[in-house]
Design a binder for this molecule. Structure first.
Ligand SMILES: NC(=O)c1ccc[n+]([C@@H]2O[C@H](COP(=O)([O-])OP(=O)(O)OC[C@H]3O[C@@H](n4cnc5c(N)ncnc54)[C@H](O)[C@@H]3O)[C@@H](O)[C@H]2O)c1
Length: 325
């Protein structure tokens, strides 16, 4: 029996694959390498190159590797670009999820863990986001992730009385950073850590967008979590699903305690030894003061905890990125 990891050659998926293998579960990757990196897939793990939109390919992979479940990480993750390319985002994230559920039903595969996002909340108006906080996605990306959660829920209802009822959970990530393997790093051109690292590697000064927010030091506060902790939560979720234990429909993988952009910049200077004072630019439209979530439900069910400090987040991410250049 195996666990199929869609998007297993991407930043988070490649970590999930390693964590599954480390726990003695047998991962198999499906990835079309649209944003993934072939070398992120560890040697010895079967790699099926192709799109999750290809129903025959997904179905034959589930059969061939006798899948016990799917960890559905593949997706198009750029919220800003999704505003310009909603149809592309919906095809990848909504149709992709629908195809996987259809193939799972055809083969009788019952377990799925879905990569959802903080983007389902949009701009929350509460200081601490919980699972039930109102969902007001502010982009086609956030909408597509919320629809993904609904697809899982609806398919579970529809199959409840069948021979193979769907069992599911959605893990909502906030800002995923760092590396738990020095050969895998975040290639995103839009996330804070890669942007700061690229600037430093190019000899440019990193920039902070706005320092007059209603936070302690005036810069945005966000929930940063290490990718190694994220990967471990997937293993716990897969194990619970396989054991038939109770899982919630969704878990916020939050730290309960955010970090400001200035705190991150200070950690970057401290860890890299590069003494810089970030440039202060204007605010970016729509950037809320603070988004922080509690991870209490996940701590209860998925052994979720912050195992990495902010300095370790920066150090591991920086080392992996530097090694690649
Ligand atoms: N990185 C974050 O901070 C973050 C936050 C919230 C949610 N997420 C979600 O987590 C998931 C993984 O994010 P990531 O940071 O690893 O991104 P990534 O771009 O590094 O990984 C996505 C992987 O999916 C693959 N993929 C995309 N479309 C595919 C398709 N149609 N068929 C097969 N493979 C396909 C890509 O090639 C890539 O390997 C995404 O679904 C993203 O929306 C990420």
């Amino acid at each position: 029996m195996s666990w199929i990891v869609t998007g297993g050659a991407g930043y988070i998926g490649a970590h999930v694959v390693r964590a599954l293998a480390g726990a003695g579960l047998d991962p198999v990757i499906i990835d079309d390498l649209s944003s993934g990196v072939a070398s992120f897939a560890p040697e010895g793990v079967p790699f099926v190159r192709g799109s999750i939109l290809d129903r025959d390919l997904v179905e034959s992979t589930l059969r061939e590797y006798r899948a016990e479940g799917v960890i559905h990480v593949a997706g198009y993750k750029y919220a800003g670009v999704s505003v310009q390319r909603p149809l592309h985002t919906y095809a990848q994230n909504v149709e992709g999820t629908r195809v996987i559920l259809e193939a799972m039903q055809a083969v009788g595969v019952q377990n799925i863990v879905f990569s959802s996002s903080a983007a389902v909340f949009g701009t929350p108006d509460v200081p601490l986001v919980v699972e039930d906080t109102a969902k007001r996605p502010a982009s086609p990306y956030g909408e597509s992730k919320l629809i993904g959660e609904w697809l899982l829920r609806d398919q579970a209802v529809a199959t409840a009385d069948s021979d193979a009822p769907l069992r599911h959970t959605s893990l909502r990530y906030f800002n995923v950073v760092g590396s738990a393997d020095p050969t895998v790093y975040d290639v995103s051109p839009h996330n804070l850590f890669p942007i700061v690292f690229e600037a430093l590697l190019d000899g440019r000064t990193p920039k902070i967008f706005g320092d007059d927010y209603a936070t302690e030091d005036g810069t945005n506060v966000r929930d940063y979590v290490h990718v190694g902790d994220i990967a471990a939560a997937h293993v716990a979720a897969a194990q619970r699903l396989a054991a038939g234990e109770h899982v919630e429909p969704a878990y916020n993988l939050g730290s309960g305690d955010g970090l400001s952009v200035k705190q991150i910049m200070d950690a970057v200077a401290r860890v890299t030894g590069i003494d810089f004072a970030p440039e202060i630019g204007p605010r970016r439209p729509g950037d809320p003061d603070r988004i922080v979530a509690t991870g209490e439900l996940a701590a209860r069910d998925l052994d979720w905890k912050m195992r990495y400090s902010v300095d370790e987040m920066v150090r591991t991410g920086w080392e992996a990125r530097r090694r690649a250049s």
